[in-house]
Design a protein around this ligand. Sequence first.
Ligand SMILES: C[S@@+](CC[C@H](N)C(=O)[O-])C[C@H]1O[C@@H](n2cnc3c(N)ncnc32)[C@H](O)[C@@H]1O
Length: 406
Amino acid sequence: MTGGPKPPDVIAEFYDRHPYPPPRRDLDDYRERWRDPDLRKAEHHLHFPGTPFRDNPDVLIAGCGTSQAAQHALRWPQGKVIGIDVSNTSLQHTADLKKRYDLDNLEIHHLPIERVAELGKRFDLVVSTGVIHHLADPDAGLQALSGVLNRNGAIHLMVYARYGRHGIRLLQEYGRLLGIDPTEAEDLGRTVAQIPPDHPLAPLLRQSADFRNPDALADALLNPREHVYSVRELLDLLGRSGLTFGRWYKQAQYLPHCGFPTKTPHRRRLLDLSVSEQYAAIELIRGSMLRHTVIAHRADTELGNDRSGLNGDAWRDVVPIQLPHTIEVIEGAPPGAAAVLINQSHTYTDLIIPITEPERAVYQRIDGARTIADTGALARTNPPDLRRLYQRLWWYDQVTFDTSVS
Ligand SMILES: C[S@@+](CC[C@H](N)C(=O)[O-])C[C@H]1O[C@@H](n2cnc3c(N)ncnc32)[C@H](O)[C@@H]1O
């Protein structure tokens, strides 16, 4: 571990006492899961559209916490990973994992994001999840990260959302009013367990295991500093940082083409909006987004705009790759459908796609090597409209595409 002096910052002090996420000693399952080359391929093509798969990215984990940098070092054994953080406790947990898993490809530094240029390096992928919104000056932090990105690099950024955190904000305000200290998180946890079922925090308590761990509860409810972002505010933040929006990591929940917004009387009016206005409108109508996870690029990137590759003439030659967490469910499929496709990482239950039997035959031929044309080749009776099917699979986070081969 190397690095400069610790900045006198409430946040560093907070995470020294309450490291997040709750430390893990065992990453065996994680390592096993990421041995699957298709997972790494899918990640690559989500982040670097139009480029051939590479297994050896230079990765920066900015604000790595207790385990994220070690996880990425396991995920990309041929790559190089650097983790930086301002919390010594978190870095120590990362150092323990580095030793335990013999991670020669992982370097860690005690260094604030704002000073990341001091590493003297550039990265293909910068991952910063749950960090920027805690900085005194998020713009300065994101500008610093944008400054160390390779020309065709990608930043994977997660920030807190503005509107879905109402229940959390009530409890944060309650904590301030009573002067609750982060060391009292366990008592706060016992109080929170008693809140009425119609409190705006209640759905989150049911969904999130985080609220059962005192450090995680402190992170969510007693954090000394956080900013929140609506879709518009996030897109503006990217623009001010020399970045351009690439895609939502999971996009279906933002799109007027997916789920319940397609059934409202406003369907056509939503589609008449600009794409960024569509995202903003859907955030308002869904109302409960807690965070936004976005993939962004340098404003001067050479990566193309057609992320799916379905808009060009060569769309039949594109190779579809199934995304993780996707499953096909046959039981209970609606009338006329042979199955429904679900991405289990979605939090909204309306984001499912019914598919017909011929569509299912195409879907089942996706293997990460066949082109779109190949997946449709056997469908002789009622051949589905392939382009339309793949457009839907793309919107609903079922597939990504390798367009570098077309
Ligand atoms: C909520 S945790 C997220 C950890 C990790 N990114 C993850 O998703 O698992 C936030 C982390 O950001 C770190 N952090 C906060 N401000 C920072 C800064 N200015 N520079 C680097 N790290 C920072 C904290 O110490 C903490 O470990």
